[in-house]
Design a protein around this ligand. Sequence first.
Ligand SMILES: [Zn+2]
Length: 339
Amino acid sequence: MNERYRRQILFDKIGREGQEKLLASRVLIVGCGALGASHAEMLSRAGVGRLRIVDRDFVEYTNLQRQTLFSESDAADRLPKAVAAKNRIASINSEVEVEAVVADVNNSNVESLIEGCDLVLDGTDNFQVRYLLNDACVKHKRTWIYGAAVSSYGTSMTVIPHETPCLRCIFEEMPDAGSSPTCDTAGVIMPIISSISSVQVAEALKLLVGDTDSLHRSLIQIDIWQNEWRKIKLSEPVPDCPCCGLGRYEFLDADSQEFSAVLCGRDAVQIAPPRPTDLDLVSFAERVAPFGEVKQNEYLVRFNVDGHEVTVFRDARAIIKGTSDVTAARSIYSKFVGT
Ligand SMILES: [Zn+2]
């Protein structure tokens, strides 16, 4: 066994046997922003053998205040977060196999993303993806660990399908858009990110080594600035929960996926094509070259139009910066990328 895990093996709840289990595990990290980057770093240092990291966005300077895996050069290069995370992890623990997936998680790909993973960690910043993950994980009996943080406040819960309440047992309906604070309106500080991601990763390690007696089995709520730490004990799953009780996977089975989304913490809108396509970035860059300076790397093309910075990915998704107006963003998308 590798010397590097000696202190972790000394910890009797993990031990040599637990370390072997970690090395043989595969974890899916959904979203590699502040929480996800923190999960990825802790799990790779702990020696979780395989990580599948999925994220739709690229690194920006505003991320560096709290997203520990990323550096100034990642922001300068506009690297997709999943790719930047993979590069960084290669220098932290080269034994960890990282699969970087640059994509938006939606109902067409979520089931294949969780396939083959022992555990799913929530590093997203929005409820739409969380309800989708909850549906997929309950349907395929996969444990997932919910986590959210904004301002100085955060919350976490571990969902073991049919054993603990699921997300819809606790919050039956998705909160209305605009009803809760976001990183955009309320900001966020790194200590709450570290606290919530630590709760999530500790639960992940307990699950992976099989120490389920030590799970907190609660809805954890922390306000790191107001010094409030709450643990609300969870009971049984709700029998008539639409998801885990009645087996209706409404988010997974929805006909059409939301075409556009205002991005949390950003003056930006994402537009996604109804079906992922494989865009030829080289010829696309040539097409938009007449409109001004075009920057590109292997994963994306970026150009400016009417004061908006437009970034187009290989799957034909675009992030349009400088607006939170979905209609304006859609019109730019259809003009330059097509519908
Ligand atoms: Zn439920």
